[in-house]
Ligand binder design. Structure first.
Ligand code: EPZ
Length: 426
C-alpha cells in the first residue's frame, strides 16, 4: 500500500487550483439514472470514490466515459447515458466500497419502479443508518423490504408526490428524495431539507434536466414531478472541503496561498475561526487568498453543524491547526458519533488533546513532532497531512488510499506551494 512522507516546517506560498466537489459529483452521477439521454458533467474530479460510482453505473448497463482534465487545474468530464439498463441491483461488493452508492436507490425506483440496493453498512466514523432515506421513499409510495442485507424497493404504479419532513438534517436522504421526487406524480414538499451547496448543485442539474424545483439551499424544497427528464450539461461546483483543507494548510504552516476556481462563500463558517486564529482570508478575482505571516495561531472553539454551520468534514483538519495554536480550543462533533479517530494519531505526534464525549479539548503545543501515523478515514487522513506539514522532522502516513478517495493530486498541489511531500510507492 502506498505511503506518504512529509518533511515539516516549510511555509507555503503560491497557487492551488481547487477541483470539483466529490460530494456533488457522486449524487450528480447517480442522477444520470433519471433519464435515457446523455448527462455531461464538467469539472468532475478524478477520485477513487468517483471511479467506484462509475463502476456501479456500468453494472446497471449505463454507458460511461471519463476524460481527465488536460492539466493540473482543469477538471475532467463525464459522459453518462443510462439508456440500456439491464439491472437495477446494486451489489454488496460495490456498495460496501463506497456508501454514497446508496444514492442510486431514489433514481432507480423513480424511473424503473424497482431497485435492489445493498444496505451500505456502517463505516469508521459511525453507524450511518439510512432509515431517513427509506422512510422518505415509503412516503413517496414505494414498498420497502429488507432481505439478506439488501433494500428491495418497488413502486409498480410509480411514485407519488408527498409532504416529507425529516426529523433532522440528512444530506444523503435529501438527495435521494430530491431525485426520486423529480419523477414522482404531483408535488413533493421536503421539510428540514439539507442546505449544503452540493444539494443546490444537484437541484440545479435536475432543473437543467427538466425538473421543476424551488427552495434549493433553504430547509423547504418543493418539487413538481414530471413524467420524464432529458439530458443536460452541468459543471460540478468547486469542492468546499478541499478549499477549507488548503486554507487550513496555509494557517498551520504560515505563508500566503491563493486557492483558485473556488470562492470564500463556500467556506463561510470556517472564516471566523480562521481569522480568530490569526489567519487572513481575502477574496480575489481568481478565488480566495489565505495568509498567515505573523506570530503563532491562537486557539479557537468550533462546533460542527449542518450547513451553513461549521462542516463536520473540516473538523479533523481544524483540530490539526488547534493542536499547534496558543491556548486551548474546544472542538465539538455533533454530526457523527465517532469522528475523533485522528486524535490518537495526533497524540503520537506530540499533540495534547483530551476527548470528553462529543468534545475534544485541544491544548496547543509549540511544535508537533513528525512520526509514522495511520490514516483511518478520509478526513482524518488529511488532518495528519496538515499536522505533518507543520511538524518538526518526517511524518510517514500509512494507508493513503483513504486520501485518494477525496483529494485529487494532493501531493502535487502541496508540492506546488513549497511543501516537502512525496508518495512512497509500495
Ligand atoms: C454526507 O454524508 C457526506 N457524504 C459526508 O461526507 C458528510 O460528512 C455528511 O454528508 C454530513 O455533511 C457525501 O455527500 C457523499 P448525513 P451522509 O445523512 O449523507 C445520520 C466525506 O468525508 N443519519 O447528512 O451520509 C448519520 O448517521 C463524507 O466526504 C441517520 O441517522 O450524511 C449522521 O450521524 C463523510 N439516518 C447524520 O445523520 C439516515 O437515514 C448526518 O448524516 C441518514 C443519516
Amino acid at each position: 500500500m502506498d505511503r506518504i512522507r512529509i518533511r515539516g516546517g516549510n511555509r507555503l506560498s503560491g497557487e492551488i487550483p481547487i477541483s470539483g466537489a466529490k460530494n456533488a459529483a457522486l449524487p450528480l452521477m447517480a442522477a444520470c439514472l433519471l433519464t435515457d439521454e446523455k448527462l455531461v458533467l464538467m469539472n468532475a474530479p478524478w477520485l477513487a470514490d468517483v471511479g467506484f460510482m462509475g463502476e456501479l453505473l456500468r453494472s446497471f448497463g449505463a454507458e460511461t466515459s471519463y476524460v481527465r482534465g488536460p492539466s493540473f487545474g482543469e477538471g475532467g468530464q463525464w459522459e453518462l447515458t443510462a439508456k440500456e439498463i439491464r439491472s437495477t441491483t446494486a451489489d454488496y461488493d460495490l456498495v460496501r466500497k463506497m456508501r454514497a452508492s446508496f444514492l442510486v436507490l431514489g433514481p432507480l425506483v423513480a424511473r424503473f419502479r424497482q431497485a435492489k440496493v445493498s444496505m451500505p453498512g456502517g463505516c469508521a466514523i459511525g453507524a450511518r443508518p439510512v432509515d431517513l432515506h427509506l422512510k422518505a421513499l415509503e412516503t413517496l409510495g414505494a414498498e420497502i423490504l429488507l432481505e439478506e442485507g439488501y433494500v428491495i424497493a418497488r413502486a409498480p404504479r410509480g411514485l407519488k408526490g408527498a409532504r416529507i419532513e425529516f426529523p433532522f438534517v440528512s444530506v444523503g436522504a435529501t438527495e435521494n428524495t430530491l431525485m426520486a421526487a423529480a419523477l414522482a406524480q404531483g408535488e413533493t414538499e421536503i421539510l428540514n431539507a439539507a442546505r449544503e451547496p452540493e444539494i443546490v448543485d444537484l437541484g440545479l442539474c435536475l432543473i437543467a434536466m427538466g425538473a421543476t424545483i424551488s427552495g434549493l439551499g433553504t430547509s423547504r424544497i418543493v418539487v413538481e414531478g414530471t413524467d420524464t427528464l432529458h439530458g443536460a450539461r452541468h459543471a460540478v461546483l468547486p469542492d468546499r472541503i478541499e478549499t477549507g483543507t488548503y486554507a487550513i494548510a496555509a494557517a498551520i504552516c504560515g505563508g500566503d496561498i491563493e486557492l483558485t476556481g473556488t470562492s470564500a462563500d463556500l467556506i463561510g463558517a470556517l472564516i471566523p475561526p480562521l481569522e480568530k486564529a490569526g489567519t487572513m482570508v481575502v477574496t480575489t478575482n481568481l478565488g480566495v487568498s489565505v495568509r498567515r505571516n505573523g506570530s503563532r495561531s491562537s486557539a479557537s472553539d468550533v462546533s460542527t453543524e449542518p450547513y451553513p454551520g461549521f462542516p463536520t468534514d473540516l473538523q479533523a483538519q481544524f483540530m490539526a491547526l488547534a493542536a499547534t495554536a496558543e491556548g486551548t480550543s474546544r472542538i465539538r462533533e455533533t454530526i457523527f458519533e465517532n469522528r475523533f479517530m485522528h486524535v490518537p494519531e495526533l497524540l503520537r505526534m506530540g499533540a495534547d488533546i483530551q476527548v470528553q464525549g462529543d468534545t475534544a479539548l485541544v491544548h496547543g503545543v509549540e511544535r508537533l513532532r513528525g512520526a509514522p501515523v495511520m490514516a483511518t478515514d478520509l478526513r482524518a487522513s488529511v488532518s495528519l497531512v496538515l499536522a505533518g506539514l507543520a511538524a518538526e522532522g518526517d511524518t510517514v502516513i500509512n494507508r493513503v488510499y483513504h486520501l485518494d478517495r477525496g483529494f485529487e493530486r494532493l501531493e502535487e498541489k502541496l508540492s506546488a506551494v513549497g511543501a516537502e511531500i512525496e508518495r512512497l510507492k509500495e
